[in-house]
Structures are given as C-alpha cells and as structure tokens.
Design a protein around this ligand. Structure first.
Ligand code: NAG
Ligand code: NAG
Ligand code: NAG
Length: 378
C-alpha cells in the first residue's frame, strides 16, 4: 500500500500534466479563493525561532513579563510559558532546528521552506492545508521534542532529568543500563501540551473547514513527535581494560535530527489526502487507500504549484532560483522554472587546491579559480 500511495501522491509528477492543460490552474485559483476566507492565524509559536531568547536566566528568576513579550503564543501557550519559563528557550531552539531541517529537505524544490519575516515566519503559505504545511507542523513539533528531551538530560530544566525509560528486554544481560539518557518521554509529553495547545483552544463548528484544519494540524504534530520518539535508540559506551569493551553502559539516545527529517520527508511523499465528514472526523478522500496511522502525515488541500510569486498565497515563486540543467528531478531547470526558461550565468568559484602537507603539522593550499556555469530561473 505504501508504494501505491507513493505513486499516486508523488507531488510534481502528475501536476505538470495538469498544469499544461490549465485545468489545474483554474482549480488552484478556485481553491485559493475559498481558502482566503479561512483565517488561519499566521502568527505562531514558530516565531520563537526567529527572536532567539538570549538569556535563559531571565526566565528562571521568574520575570513574568517576558512571557507576555513573546510574540506568537496562544493564551494557553502563554500560561505554559509562565509555568515553564525555563523551557521557552528550548522551544525556540527546537523550532529553529525544525525549520533548518525543513530547508535542507526541500532545498531542491520549488517550495523551499523559506521563511519570510519574523512574525509570521512562513508567511501566508501555511494558510493552505497542503502537504507542505503538514510537513512544517510535523518537523517543528519534532524539533521541540528533540530540544526538550536533550535539555532534560543536560540538566537544564527544573522539572525533568535523565530518561527513566525501562531497560530494553533485548539488551545483553551483562551490559549496564543506566547512563543518563535523553528524556524523550518528557520531551514528547511537554511538546504535546505546548504545541497542541493552540489547536485545542479553538472551537470551530464541527465539520467546518476550520475544524478540518485543526484536526489536520493535530495529526501532523503527533506524527512529528512520534518520529523522534520512535527513532530514539539505545547507545552504549565501552569500558574495560584499554578498549577490551568487556563492560558496556547503555542509555536512551535521541536520533540524529537528519534521520527525523528523512523519515518525515518519506511521510510527506506518502501523505494522505483527507476530508472532513459529517460527524466531524477526518476521513480519506479516496477510500481505496489504507487509512493513515498516527505516524503518517495528512493534508486537506492541494498544494499550489509555487511557480509564481503570489502575495495572496504567500508563494515566493521560483524566479531567480538556481536550477540544474542536466537533472530531471525537482531541481532540474524544467521543473524548477515551471517551463519559463532560464538564464545562464558564468560565475567564478574559488576553491582550495594543490594542497600540500608540511612537516609538521600544517596543510598549505593554493587558491584555484574556476569558471562555472550556473542556471537561474527566469
Ligand atoms: C527580523 O529579524 C532580524 C534579526 O533577527 C532583523 O534584522 C530584521 O530587521 C527583522 N525583520 C523584521 C521585518 O522585523
Ligand atoms: C528559497 O526560495 C526563495 C524564493 O524563490 C529564494 O529567495 C531563496 O533564496 C531560496 N532559498 C534557498 C536556500 O535556496
Ligand atoms: C545536476 O544533476 C546531475 C544529474 O542528476 C548531477 O549529476 C549533478 O551533480 C548535478 N549538478 C549540480 C551542480 O548539482
């Protein structure tokens, strides 16, 4: 079923054909005009990533006004800020980690996860319940789990410490369990409280478009948190006479965040298209597919094609983007420039070359310049 989903939902493939017929464009326009009526708040806790909280000490002394100074928090999140002031800096860090990973994963695509300004962070593009929006919610929730779990382990938070996860059953009997592990249980729980607070406060009419969007956000937040939780693994360290490794101490360790990004990117490719039913539940648009699990991403609106700059949708367009002339993928000039063509630029690249090792101990290099062709979308 996974591979079938992949074929059906793989983003740009089918879209190009539809774009050529023009029907798709009309459809997008209709979709967007219906979307613009939905006031999804652009302002969000993500802005914590943009206004780094410089001094965590300030939170610890209980300087309450700081919580009211932070922009983008919902009322519930503001309350949590007052209760857990020392967590806020890690939420900001987590959001930033998530956004950076998003930009890495999407660097070769038309929508490249670029942020536009400080308060709305992603601009209006998040108002559409697209699969890009789904990914963004998931990866930033994952970033928060990651940052909080690690902060617990580092002893930076007053309400948590090392992981208390039970010893895995399959750990060899003579290995010790009990190094200080990343507290993913706490990270997961706190991120659920904090990140979901904004959605849970909303009280939209059951079955409405806004209600659908709230449910979508909640599901994607959950998928993001679970990615970190499920990918956390046992790490061990050897002890014993010079490298004999006769004794091992093991603990729970967060995954490398790149792994979380790769995992969620796969979930993006196989994301499930949903609609809201009369009972106010999200259900598959196409009931032939398997329903999504709690680990999967879901979306409710088709993506715009992100070809042109559009203030209404927040699409930045691809004019001026670098593309690869020989690639047939999403970074290829054909797809990236949406058929508008591209300009060829000659740029001078300076590289280190002819490096020689000198005794002892440094490396000396020459600077070589090379003229390379670059291609830029019209
Ligand atoms: C956004 O933040 C950066 C630095 O954090 C600042 O230089 C810039 O002026 C801000 N832009 C806006 C629109 O507030
Ligand atoms: C992402 O796209 C925007 C708009 O096309 C562009 O301004 C920006 O430089 C791109 N970012 C990267 C990292 O390529
Ligand atoms: C362009 O794409 C080709 C084919 O996918 C690849 O081999 C090459 O390394 C890419 N060039 C750059 C500059 O990324």
């Amino acid at each position: 079923p996974q591979s079938i989903l992949f074929v059906f939902f793989f983003p740009w493939g089918g879209r190009i054909l539809r774009t050529m017929t023009g029907i798709h464009l009309l459809f997008t326009a209709a979709l967007l005009s219906s979307c613009s009526r939905i006031a999804v708040q652009a302002n969000s806790w993500w802005s914590l990533a943009m206004n780094p909280i410089q001094r965590p000490e300030m939170y610890i002394i209980g300087a309450q006004p700081l919580c009211s100074q932070l922009t983008g928090l919902s009322p519930g999140q503001r309350k949590l800020c007052q209760l857990y002031q020392d967590h806020m800096v890690y939420i900001g860090e987590g959001a930033k980690t998530g956004i950076k990973e998003c930009q890495y994963q999407f660097r070769q695509r038309r929508w490249n996860c670029s942020t536009v300004d400080n308060t709305s962070v992603f601009g209006r593009v998040m108002q559409i319940g697209s699969r890009e929006t789904a990914f963004t919610y998931a990866i930033s929730a994952a970033g928060v789990v990651n940052a909080i779990s690690r902060a617990c382990r580092e002893g930076d938070l007053s309400t948590c410490g090392c992981s208390r996860a039970a010893r895995p059953k399959d750990l060899p009997r003579d290995w010790l369990w009990g190094g200080c592990g990343d507290n993913v249980e706490y990270g997961y729980r706190f991120a659920k409280e904090f990140v979901d607070a904004r959605e849970r406060e909303k009280n939209y009419p059951k079955g409405s478009e806004e209600h659908a969007r709230t449910l979508m956000n909640l599901m994607n937040n959950e998928a993001g948190r679970r990615a970190v939780y499920n990918l956390a693994d046992v790490a061990c360290k050897c002890h014993g006479v010079s490298g004999s490794c006769s004794l091992k101490t093991c603990w729970l360790q967060l995954p490398d965040f790149r792994k979380v990004g790769d995992h969620l990117k796969e979930k993006y490719d196989s994301a499930a298209a949903m609609k809201i039913n009369r009972r106010g539940k999200l259900e598959l648009k196409n009931s032939r597919f398997n329903p999504p699990t709690a680990d999967d991403l879901v979306y409710i609106n088709l993506s715009p094609d992100y070809c042109l700059r559009d203030e209404n949708t927040g699409s930045l367009g691809t004019q001026g983007r670098l593309c690869n002339k020989t690639s047939e993928g999403t970074d290829g000039c054909e797809l990236m420039c949406c058929g508008r063509g591209y300009d060829q630029l000659k740029t001078v690249q300076v590289e280190r070359c002819h490096c020689k090792f000198h005794w002892c101990c440094y490396v000396k290099c020459k600077k070589c310049t090379e003229i390379v062709d670059q291609f830029v979308c019209k």
